[in-house]
Design a protein around this ligand. Structure first.
Ligand SMILES: NC(=O)c1ccc[n+]([C@@H]2O[C@H](COP(=O)([O-])OP(=O)(O)OC[C@H]3O[C@@H](n4cnc5c(N)ncnc54)[C@H](OP(=O)(O)O)[C@@H]3O)[C@@H](O)[C@H]2O)c1
Length: 262
């Protein structure tokens, strides 16, 4: 199948104010796309627009909270009114939390799900009528290795990313007859601002992981996966090893995680 072109594509990208999303936005603009960018930090979105010299006309900033239904509606309306439709939705916004489930609140679980799961699924729901009429349409989900193999002390985040994977798998088959691709990318630990904005997490709690991928490299993989119409990509050798070990030797993986990840 021919590679997807980004020339004049109309994209909605969440989580563009830092990390992976910032680089995805930059790469898509350089490839000729028009991108509605969002995140809560308006000044960051403006910085991104200004990074292209004059505020880029290819980047339309709509700051707001992706867990707010009115903001999701505004993203769709902006794309339709200013770009004439939607070809690609990239659900990248995400938050995490660290600490055992037992000592955490219901608010933490719901807070993570509102952004990571409902933010993505409900934005996509609103976009589907337009994607159906789009040019080489696609829904992209930035998930996580932890949506394939869960680890302790991140139960809320793992659950949200597992849910996102189940939803993506189902949607992929539903949307196939309409020619809409569903592309899921699962990065491992990435060097970004992710661990600075954890939900209801004691600042003393630290994430344990081996190595970090640069956010720019992860963004390149996301853009490449979209271009090559991939379905579900686990990034990094460590990420792939964890997923496979978890499948082949689940009890051994549990013991290993008890020793090293708690
Ligand atoms: N970093 C990692 O180790 C890692 C590993 C695997 C997967 N991922 C996934 O990669 C994606 C991008 O994360 P990142 O590493 O680039 O982290 P990041 O630098 O913290 O970026 C997260 C983005 O999500 C946005 N966001 C968070 N809560 C939001 C809300 N309520 N409403 C609107 N936007 C919101 C943030 O914008 P504002 O703060 O301006 O709202 C920011 O633009 C996430 O889905 C994450 O789960 C990250």
């Amino acid at each position: 199948m021919a590679k997807r072109s980004f020339a004049n594509k109309r994209v909605i990208l969440t989580g563009a104010s830092s990390g992976i999303g910032w680089y995805i936005a930059s790469m898509l603009v350089r490839a000729g796309a028009y991108v509605v960018i969002t995140g809560r930090r308006a000044e960051r979105l403006e910085d991104l627009r200004r990074s292209f010299g004059n505020p880029s006309k290819r980047l339309i900033a709509v700051p707001g909270d992706i867990s707010d239904p009115q903001h999701r509606r505004k993203l769709i309306d902006t794309a339709v009114q200013q770009l004439g439709g939607i070809d690609i939705v990239i659900n990248n916004a995400g938050v995490g939390a660290i600490g055992n489930f037992e000592s955490a609140s219901e608010e933490r679980l719901r807070g993570v799900f509102e952004v990571d799961f409902f933010g993505a699924t409900e934005l996509t729901r609103l976009a589907l009528p337009y994607l159906t009429k789009g040019d080489e349409p696609a829904v992209c989900v930035v998930s996580s290795v932890l949506g394939h193999r869960a680890v302790p002390a991140k139960s809320e985040y793992c659950a949200a990313k597992f849910a996102l994977r189940g939803w993506s798998e189902s949607l992929r088959v539903e949307l196939k007859p309409k020619g809409i691709d569903v592309v899921s990318i699962s990065p491992s630990t990435t060097d970004s601002e992710f661990f600075d904005s954890l939900v209801e997490t004691d600042p003393a709690q630290k994430s344990r992981s081996i190595g970090k991928q640069p956010a720019e490299r992860v963004a390149k993989s996301v853009v490449s996966a979209l271009r090559r119409r991939k379905r579900d990509m686990v990034l990094s050798a460590g990420g792939k090893a964890l997923v496979w070990l978890g499948r082949l030797a689940p009890n051994f993986t549990d013991r290993m995680l008890m020793q090293y990840a708690t």
